[in-house]
Design a protein. Structure first.
Ligand code: NAP
Length: 543
């Protein structure tokens, strides 16, 4: 550690400041320290873990296979860590991240309860001034936000929300202490991936559960199960093969889409495959399906109808089943929530589905939720209303770049980046899993580790060549933004409201597609990153 005694007499200096101690921040800290950089991670929460620290709602777990999400950088770590379930519950993932931090002695380089308010670029020294809410100031060569893509929870604007007499919270802020839910009357607002994990768990214990649904989603069975010691031994012996498989798939998962045109396959064979997919675990039904279903409306319609029938088979009351079947988008065009007995929960007499399109929520009252039809009296209200995805957390920090321009303003219509890593006018600000990056939209573990490797190599290159400043070229950024937009045009998801298209219906006033994710797939993104390096960091201005 050194102290900058010239311009910022009270500021401690670091080679790199990483913002966020989640999966990507921990990885960045490990790799940058290996490179010999004096690095500190600033984390607003009181401990590490990011997503897995915050999200404590019942049922929270992976829906990527546990053994594809973990870090690959240490053979010893891979050999010693045993996953207990194919899709690990959140507590296990949090234990894993803590284990990594302790094993590699990373914790002393993390500062908790440290919220970054403002980062100001200094063109004279090629450094950032990083200001924390508590008044602490650092200077640093590189600022590396690792703030996650789903870390700014969004509350709905419902009249009277504060007037509720009982407890209420967003799923992201589920309390850390145990909650006695037995026999309670609970309202859940929202039916996205979070609610779909939560609802079956609540249904098991609460007295009455009222689910307020606006748009249903196409959910599919997770088919989670325990990993036996023998299976874990087998997984360990095949880690190289598993990670190699993840490298060749668009989503970075073990599942690869079938490129055979769907309608070239005889109907009987197609439907046998659909059945196989529905019985498979994890995202295979989405990521290992015929590629056509994500691109071609006719193919999508056929598979969507197949899944609708599955929902009808699983829900006893046909009227309830109808309400649970989406009509405004096809399967796989929004994030597919992976479920465990979600549909069966609605067969329980204590679980009630309220379609707020029929009976809108008018207001929250001290005793519960009042719709156009009646007041549902409850003891607890849970808002599973999602996130200001991709840019929400970055927007909360004032990044003042060249000439004091604000990143938030530069991105107000839509983010503009080069490779999802940097933005024109914000030198030495390198975002991990940022908007338009290839890592934010794939199996997060795989995408993040690759990006961190690339960024670490970039910083090593800069150090070796005496460069102290990096910023994208305007043309390179423009080309990347256009390429990102073009990729949206290839997929049906480009037309559907969700956080994938940046105008999610949980945020009022967002009414245009913002090109926030990179839909080109991990191999294409990797190829681009490789070419950029081979051409001497083409598209970047280094000085
Ligand atoms: P989400 O998918 O955005 O769902 C939010 C839900 O709240 C939607 O059903 C939405 O309805 C509803 N909603 C929002 N505002 C509302 C309002 N004013 N009135 C009524 N309903 C309202 O959020 P999420 O479920 O938290 O999931 C977000 C992402 O987190 C997922 O897509 C996934 O990537 C990630 N996630 C991952 C896991 C995992 O890996 N295991 C688990 C959970 C979540 P509308 O659709 O009508 O807007």
């Amino acid at each position: 550690m050194s102290t900058d005694s010239t311009e910022h007499s009270t500021a401690e200096h670091r080679d790199a400041i990483v913002i966020g101690a989640g999966l990507s921040g921990i990885c960045a800290l490990y790799k940058l320290r290996e490179l010999g950089l004096d690095t500190t991670v600033l984390e607003a929460a009181e401990d590490l873990g990011g997503t897995w620290f915050h999200n404590r709602y019942p049922g929270c777990r992976f829906d990527s296979e546990s053994y594809t999400y973990c870090y690959t950088f240490s053979d010893e770590l891979l050999a010693e860590w045993n996953w207990t379930e194919h899709f690990a519950p959140r507590g296990e993932t949090l234990r894993y991240l803590n284990h990594v931090a302790d094993k590699f002695d990373l914790r002393p380089h993390m500062r908790f309860g440290s919220r970054v308010d403002r980062c100001v670029w200094d063109e004279d020294t090629h450094t950032w001034r990083v200001e924390l809410t508590d008044g602490t100031v650092y200077t640093t060569r590189y600022v590396i936000p690792a703030v996650g893509v789903l870390s700014s929870p969004v509350m709905p604007t419902i009249e009277g929300i504060d007037s509720f007499g009982g407890p209420w919270w967003h799923t992201y802020n589920w309390p850390h202490e145990p909650i006695d839910l037995a026999g309670k009357r609970v309202a859940v607002i929202g039916t996205g991936a979070t609610a779909v994990q939560l609802i079956p768990e609540l249904a098991k214990v609460v007295g009455e559960l009222y689910v307020f649904q606006r748009r249903p989603n196409w959910c599919a069975p997770l088919h989670n199960r325990e990993i036996t010691p023998e299976e874990m031994a087998d997984i360990k012996s095949r880690y190289d093969e598993i990670f190699a498989q993840c490298r060749i798939t668009p989503g970075g998962f073990i599942h690869n889409p079938l490129r055979t045109p769907m309608f070239d396959v005889p109907e009987e064979e197609r439907y046998a495959f659909f059945e196989e997919l529905y019985a498979s675990s994890g995202f295979r039904i989405w990521q290992g399906n015929y590629r056509d279903i994500l691109m071609d409306e006719k193919a999508n319609d056929e598979f969507t109808a197949f899944v609708a029938n599955k929902i009808r088979e699983r829900v006893n009351d046909p009227a309830v089943a109808d309400k649970l079947i989406p009509t405004d988008h096809g399967f796989g065009t929004r994030r597919v929530p992976m479920e465990t007995r979600y549909y069966e929960a609605y067969n329980q007499p204590n679980v009630h589905l309220i379609d707020i399109n029929d009976t809108p929520i008018e207001r929250v009252v001290p005793t519960g939720v009042q719709t156009a039809e009646q007041t549902y009296e409850v003891d607890l209200i849970v808002y599973a209303t999602g996130f200001d995805a991709m840019t929400g957390t970055l927007d909360k920090i004032d990044f003042l770049g060249v000439d004091g321009a604000k990143l938030r303003d530069a991105w107000s219509y839509e983010p503009a980046t080069y490779l999802g890593l940097q933005s024109l006018g914000f030198p030495n600000l390198i975002v991990l899993a940022g908007p338009q990056s290839g890592s934010g939209f794939t199996n997060f573990g795989r995408g993040v580790e690759e990006t961190v490797d690339w960024v670490t190599a970039l910083i090593a290159y800069m150090r070796d060549h005496g460069h102290t400043r990096i910023e994208p070229e305007a043309q390179a950024q423009e080309d990347w933004v256009r390429h990102v937009a073009d990729m949206y045009d290839l997929l049906l998801l480009g037309k559907v409201r969700s956080w994938f298209t940046g105008f999610n219906s949980n945020i009022e006033g967002r009414d245009h597609v913002r090109h926030v994710v990179y839909n080109g797939g991990a191999p294409r993104y990797r190829k681009k990153l490789t070419e950029v390096v081979e051409q001497g960091y083409a598209g970047f201005q280094l000085s």
